[in-house]
Design a protein around this ligand. Structure first.
Ligand code: ZN
Length: 70
């Protein structure tokens, strides 16, 4: 976190709500090709169908996997 400053925490929450910050993988994330920790296996499954054992996957790929699984 950002420490005990309530103003900074509030600002961070505001920007996160606007989709500017990327804290955790979300089902409908902001468009980004940056790899993030796999939402399905958290990097712990060698046979994971989302990350294929890499432990990380691009957000669009994870979102696509979520839609397929829905
Ligand atoms: Zn995975």
């Amino acid at each position: 976190m950002l420490g005990g400053d309530p103003v900074c925490l509030h600002r961070a929450a505001y920007w996160y709500a606007q989709g500017v910050l990327e804290l955790d993988p979300e089902p409908e994330p902001p468009a980004s090709a940056a790899p993030v920790v796999c939402f399905r296996c958290r990097g712990a499954a060698a046979g994971c169908p989302v990350c294929h054992g890499a432990g990380v996957a691009a957000l669009p790929d994870q979102a696509a996997a979520l839609r397929l699984a829905a």
